[in-house]
Design a binder for this molecule. Structure first.
Ligand code: NAP
Length: 243
C-alpha cells in the first residue's frame, strides 16, 4: 500500500471485532474501532497507538453513527474499508418475544449496517476502490429456534450484501459477508455447558472457532488478491453447515 488505507470496524472492543481490528492494523491499515462507551473507545485508542483509534458508536442511532463518522472525517480520514461487525442477540421463543426484542436486534444488526455503510459509501465510490464486509452468522442459513429476530437480521445481511455488490461493483468496490459458526467470545460464553456440548457434537472439526480465524478471512477479503470476490457469503464454521 503506497498511502495508508483507513478501515472502520464496528464493535471492535471485544470478540471478533477486536480480532479483526488487530489483524487489519497488522496488515498496515489505520483502524478506527467502535465501542458503545467512552471507556471502551479509550481502551481501543490505547491499544492501537499510532495504528488506530477508538470511537463511540451506537448503531441503532443515526445521530450517533453520524457523529462518529464526523470524528473520523475531522481527522482527514476517508475509510475505504468498512467492517460491519457489531451485533447483538435478544433471544426468546417467538411466543415470548417482545416487540422491543425484535426491533432492537433488527435495528442494530441490519439497520446499523445500512447506516454506517450509507454514511461512508460515497468515500469508497470516489476512491474507486473499497471493501465492505458484513459479519453474518451460520444461523442466517440454518435458522435457530429462539432467534427469529437475530436470524432474520443475519439472513437480511446476506441480501444486503448481494444487492450492494451489484450496485457498486463498477466502482472497484467489493461487498461480501462472512458467516461465522460458533466462535469463542462473550456472545457464546452465555451458552450453558449442555448447549455447548450439544453444539460441539454437531461440528465435524470438534471445537469452537477462534476470533482470529474470522479475522484471517476478513484480512484476505480486504487484500488486493481478493479483488475478484464479491457478493458472496463465506462460511467459517468448522463444517457445521456445508453450502
Ligand atoms: P460480542 O463479543 O458480544 O461483542 C459485540 C461488539 O458489538 C462489542 O464491541 C460491542 O461494544 C458492540 N456492540 C454491542 N451493541 C452495540 C450497539 N448497539 N451499537 C454498536 N456496537 C454495539 O460479539 P462477537 O461474538 O464478537 O460477535 C461479533 C459479530 O459476529 C456479531 O455481529 C455477531 O452476531 C457475529 N457472530 C458471532 C458468533 C459467535 O459465535 N461469537 C457467531 C456468528 C456470528 P461494547 O463492548 O461497547 O458493548
Amino acid at each position: 500500500m503506497s498511502e495508508q488505507r483507513v478501515a472502520l470496524v464496528t464493535g471492535a472492543s471485544r470478540g471478533i471485532g477486536a480480532a479483526i481490528a488487530e489483524r487489519l492494523a497488522a496488515d498496515g491499515f489505520f483502524v478506527w474501532g467502535s465501542a458503545t462507551s467512552e471507556a471502551g473507545a479509550e481502551r481501543i485508542t490505547q491499544a492501537f497507538g499510532d495504528q488506530g483509534s477508538g470511537l463511540v458508536m451506537q448503531l441503532q442511532s443515526l445521530a450517533s453513527v453520524n457523529a462518529a463518522i464526523e470524528q473520523i472525517q475531522g481527522h482527514g480520514h476517508v475509510p475505504q474499508v468498512i467492517i460491519n461487525n457489531a451485533g447483538i442477540t435478544r433471544d426468546n421463543l417467538m411466543l415470548r418475544m417482545s416487540d422491543s426484542d425484535w426491533q432492537d436486534v433488527l435495528d442494530t444488526n441490519l439497520g446499523g449496517t445500512f447506516r454506517v455503510t450509507k454514511a461512508l459509501l460515497r468515500g469508497l465510490v470516489k476512491s474507486r476502490w473499497g471493501r465492505v464486509i458484513n459479519i453474518g452468522s451460520v444461523v442466517g442459513r440454518l435458522g435457530n429456534a429462539g432467534q427469529t429476530n437475530y436470524v432474520t437480521s443475519k439472513a437480511g445481511l446476506e441480501g444486503f450484501t448481494r444487492s450492494l455488490a451489484l450496485e457498486v461493483g463498477s466502482r472497484g468496490i467489493t461487498v461480501n459477508a462472512v458467516a461465522p459458526g460458533f466462535i469463542e467470545t462473550d456472545m457464546t460464553d452465555q451458552l450453558t455447558d449442555l448447549q455447548r456440548g450439544a453444539m460441539l457434537e454437531r461440528i465435524p472439526l470438534g471445537r469452537m472457532g477462534q476470533a482470529a480465524e474470522i479475522a484471517a478471512l476478513v484480512s484476505f477479503l480486504c487484500s488486493e488478491e481478493a479483488g475478484y470476490i464479491t457478493g458472496q457469503t463465506l462460511q467459517v464454521n468448522g463444517g457445521l453447515f456445508l453450502v
